[in-house]
Ligand binder design. Structure first.
Ligand code: FES
Ligand SMILES: [Fe+2]
Length: 424
């Protein structure tokens, strides 16, 4: 592939909202400010959609388990790999009197023993032992294991579904996004460094911030702007927008005229960590990770930065040459949210050089995310005061309109089927 071919006409690929039939340019303020909307989101979105909760390689060996708290649903979940190699998920609640029986964040255990009265479960969830069992003649052990949660795995990502019976399979839910990313090398990048932040803002403000490049030259002028904004696309319009049901992907350019201004920075960038700076050596040696994948940079834009991939309702993934960025936005209430960022790369730092590079990458990521979080906080302040009844989404913000359309469809009880299929 010739990555330096300058023949792509960028303007042709700046998808406008109207081209996608998205004419919802105004969105009510109450979506972002009302406790009732948050209650509906929990029931109609977070208890119905497949939610990504981790990577399969976090539970590699039989007996490995992790405990995940899902703040939106007030749920504590055990994800465990059984002796048979199968990964399962359970509510972290004892069948006797409800104690959350696994308390460590991760571990390896063949059984889970409740600390209160020692009811004991296999890591397949089966109830194995009840001390003084004769006092519980009404409890059928075979029917009182840990309560399972529907689990499925795509590309190493573990998804849960909290509905009694999921309306669609994970494959149906992903609506073609999984086909587009088939064979993408997520498993080549198992190491991750994390940044987590909680702020007083509605979660959808952050979803929106990741779905447009319009703000990048302004808000991120001291951080991202020099390295990201190309001269031919000053408002960083996302290119080649594709939708897969409520999920989407879009191509984002970067500024190939930018060069690191200090030796330290160029040195950091030459390290192992995820960066959108093209590692020409890696590309030449076939180590370019996602950049070789056919679903990514479909237009073969020469100054390609990343493909920004949104998985409804709360995930943004940005594949890079030597890793990927993963963002997840969890509502805690109508006006409080948690942002979880994971920076995935090939391996843990092996020496001081790499430790330094990691620290630098984490600090740079935190700087950029903090700028977004600050705007979301100020949006919450502005939208709560009652002075504005709605927000305006432009023709250059089609992904915000798309998300809102699908958000409304979910709240109304639909949204689950791929839109193409629904139209038939
Ligand atoms: S609550 Fe778990 S054994 Fe009693
Ligand atoms: Fe941003």
């Amino acid at each position: 592939m010739d990555r330096h071919c300058p023949m792509v006409d960028i303007k042709q690929h700046m998808t406008r909202a109207r081209e996608l039939g998205l004419d919802n340019g105004q969105v009510p303020a109450e979506y972002y400010t009302s406790p009732e909307y948050f209650d509906r989101e929990k029931e109609m979105i977070f208890r119905r959609a497949w939610l990504m909760v981790g990577r399969e390689d976090e539970v590699v060996r039989p007996g490995d388990y992790i405990v995940r708290e899902l703040p939106t649903l007030d749920a504590s979940v055990i994800i465990a790999r059984g002796k048979d190699g199968v990964v399962r998920a359970f509510h972290n609640a004892c069948s006797h009197r409800g104690v959350a029986l696994a308390c460590q964040e991760r571990g390896n255990a063949l059984t889970f023993r409740c600390p209160y009265h020692a009811w004991t479960y296999g890591n397949d969830g089966a109830l194995r032992a009840i001390p003084a069992e004769q006092d519980f003649p009404h409890v059928d052990k075979s029917k009182n294991g840990l309560t399972p949660i529907h689990l499925d795995i795509w590309s190493g990502f573990v998804f849960l579904n909290f509905a009694p019976e999921p309306e669609v399979t994970l494959h149906e839910f992903l609506a073609g996004l999984d086909d587009m990313l088939e064979g993408a090398p997520f498993e080549d990048f198992p190491f991750h460094a994390d940044v987590t932040a909680e702020i007083d803002a509605n979660w959808k403000f952050m979803v929106n911030a990741f779905n447009e490049g319009y703000h990048v030259a302004i808000l991120h002028q001291k951080t991202l702007r020099p390295m990201v904004i190309p001269s031919e696309n000053p408002h960083l319009h996302y290119l080649d927008i594709r939708s897969f049901g409520p999920h989407s992907s879009a191509t984002v350019q970067r500024n190939f005229d930018w060069a690191p201004s200090t030796p330290t920075l160029s040195w950091v960038i030459s390290q192992m960590l995820p960066t959108s700076v093209p590692d020409k050596e890696a590309i030449a040696e076939g180590r370019a990770g996602f950049y070789e994948h056919p679903g990514i940079n479909r237009l073969k834009i020469p100054n390609f930065g990343t493909e920004t991939i949104t998985i409804f309702p709360n995930i943004s993934i940005q594949p890079l040459a030597n890793g990927y960025l993963f963002y997840q936005f969890w509502p805690l209430s109508h006006n409080r949210m948690r942002t979880e960022v994971r920076i995935y790369s090939r391996a843990a730092p092996q020496n001081l050089r790499e430790e330094f590079a990691l620290a630098n990458t984490l600090a740079a990521t935190r700087d950029v995310v903090s700028e977004d979080l600050a705007m979301c906080r100020m949006q919450q302040v502005g939208m709560t005061g009652g002075g504005k009844s709605h927000q305006n989404f432009g023709q250059n913000e089609p992904l915000l309109r798309m998300f809102t359309r699908d958000y409304e469809a979910y709240l109304a009880g639909g949204g689950m089927k791929p839109l193409a299929a629904a139209a038939e």
